[in-house]
Design a protein around this ligand. Structure first.
Ligand SMILES: *Cc1c(COP(=O)(O)O)cnc(C)c1O
Length: 374
C-alpha cells in the first residue's frame, strides 16, 4: 500500500513553502550560457567589497584544524563580542547565521498554541519559522511600508509568545528611532518576548536610531539578533548571534545544535571584529551607492522606499516580473518581492559604484524595451 509521505509531515510543515533565496550567479550563467564573470548579483544584500583580508587570513589559518570539532562554546568570538558591546559572555548565543537563532527562539518559546506577531512586509523567515512549529502567525498591517509598532503592541493576546521586529526591516528598509522602540517595548507585557532583528544595524549612521543592546538592561524580555552576513561581509560562513538576558541565552543554548558555528566561521568572525577599517568601508560604499541609486531612480521618476539597509526597494510598476526577467537577460540579478506582497517593487542590493551603474543602465534598457516609462 502506497504511503503518502507528505501527509506524514506535521501540519505546519505540510503547508510550508521554502524560503526563496536570490538567484545564484552560477545558475543564471548556466541558464543563459553566460560567463559568470559577466553577471552581477544585487539580490541577497551581500557585501560588495568581498571579504575582509583579516577574516580571510584567519579562515585560512583555521583550515589546519579541519579534523577537529569546533569550540562548541565559541569562547573567543563570544569574548570579542562581549567586549565590543559591553555585555557578559553569558548573554550571547551564537548561531549558524542569525536565521538559525530566529528558528531556535521560535522552537524554544512558541508551540502550536502560541501566537507570534510580525509585520506585513517583514522578513520572510518570521512567518516561516512560526508556521514550521505550528504556531499561529499574526501579520500586522504595515504603516508606510514599515512596522506599525502601536498596532503590533495592540495585537498582543493571552496567547502571544513572541514578537519579531526587524529594525531596519528587510525588504523595505524602514527603520525606527530609539524613542519609538522604547515606547513600543514599554507597552509589551514582560511575559512576551520581543526579538529585535538588527541584521543591518551597522549601516545606521547618525543619531537616534534604536540600539537594541542599549535597551537590554531595561527590558529583560528583549532578544537582540545580529549577523556577520551583511556589513561584516561573511555571508557564506553563516555566523550570527543574539544578545539577551543570561536566562534566555541559557534556554537557547539547550536547543541550538552543539556545533552550530564551525571553526572557520568562528575564526573569521572573531578576526573581522577587529577590522574597523573594513566596517567603515562597508558603510561608506553603501552610503555612496544608496545616493547613486536614489539619484538614478529620481531621474527615472521611479518611486522608491527610503532605506536604512544595504538595499533599496524600487517601484517599477505592475510588470515588475517582466522587469526582473529583462534585468536577468542583461546579466543583472535583483530580487522580486511579490512573495512579500509587493508585486510592483524590486529589491536591489547596493553594489560597488560600477555595479550600480550597470544595474541602472540595464534597468533603463529594460523599461525602454517594455515600452514604459515605468
Ligand atoms: C539577512 C538577514 C538576516 C541574517 O541572515 P543570516 O542568517 O545571519 O545570514 C536576518 N534578518 C534579516 C532581516 C535579514 O535581512
Amino acid at each position: 500500500m502506497a504511503v503518502d509521505y507528505q501527509s506524514l509531515a506535521v501540519r505546519g510543515v505540510q503547508a510550508l513553502s521554502p524560503y526563496q533565496p536570490g538567484k545564484p550567479i552560477e545558475e543564471l550563467a548556466r541558464e543563459l550560457g553566460l560567463d559568470p564573470a559577466a553577471i552581477i548579483k544585487l539580490a541577497s544584500n551581500e557585501n560588495p567589497l568581498g571579504p575582509s583580508e583579516k577574516a580571510l587570513a584567519a579562515a585560512r589559518e583555521a583550515l589546519a584544524d579541519l579534523c577537529l570539532y569546533p569550540d562548541g562554546n565559541g569562547f573567543e568570538l563570544k569574548q570579542a563580542l562581549a567586549k565590543r558591546f559591553g555585555v557578559e559572555m553569558s548573554q550571547i548565543t551564537l548561531g549558524n547565521g542569525s536565521n538559525d537563532i530566529l528558528e531556535v527562539i521560535a522552537r524554544c518559546f512558541a508551540d502550536a498554541d502560541a501566537e507570534v506577531i510580525f509585520s506585513q512586509y517583514a522578513f520572510a523567515v518570521y512567518p516561516l519559522v512560526t508556521q514550521a512549529i505550528g504556531a499561529r502567525g499574526v501579520a500586522v498591517p504595515a504603516r508606510d511600508w514599515g512596522h506599525d509598532l502601536d498596532a503590533m503592541a495592540a495585537a498582543v493576546t493571552d496567547r502571544t509568545k513572541l514578537i519579531f521586529v526587524a529594525n531596519p526591516n528587510n525588504p523595505t528598509g524602514t527603520v525606527h528611532h530609539g524613542d519609538a522602540m522604547l515606547a513600543f517595548l514599554e507597552k509589551v507585557p514582560e511575559r512576551v518576548l520581543v526579538v529585535l532583528d538588527e541584521a543591518y544595524c551597522e549601516y545606521l549612521q547618525g543619531d537616534g536610531y534604536a540600539d537594541g543592546v542599549e535597551l537590554l538592561s531595561r527590558f529583560p524580555n528583549l532578544i537582540v539578533c545580529r549577523t556577520f552576513s551583511k556589513a561584516w561581509g561573511l555571508a557564506a560562513l553563516r555566523v550570527g548571534y543574539s544578545i539577551s538576558s543570561p536566562e534566555i541565552a541559557d534556554i537557547l543554548n539547550r536547543v541550538r545544535q552543539p556545533f552550530n558555528v564551525d571553526s572557520i566561521a568562528l575564526a573569521a568572525a572573531t578576526a573581522v571584529l577587529a577590522d574597523e577599517d573594513y566596517l567603515k568601508r562597508s558603510c561608506d560604499v553603501n552610503a555612496a551607492g544608496m545616493k547613486q541609486l536614489e539619484t538614478a531612480f529620481a531621474e527615472m521618476a521611479l518611486p522608491y522606499i527610503p532605506s536604512s539597509g544595504n538595499f533599496i526597494a524600487v517601484e517599477v510598476g505592475e510588470r515588475a516580473g517582466d522587469v526582473y526577467q529583462g534585468l536577468l537577460q542583461r546579466g543583472v540579478i535583483v530580487r522580486p518581492v511579490g512573495g512579500y506582497g509587493m508585486p510592483r517593487h524590486l529589491r536591489v542590493s547596493i553594489g560597488l559604484p560600477e555595479e550600480n551603474a550597470r544595474f541602472v543602465e540595464a534597468l533603463k534598457q529594460t523599461l525602454e524595451s517594455l515600452g514604459q516609462g515605468r
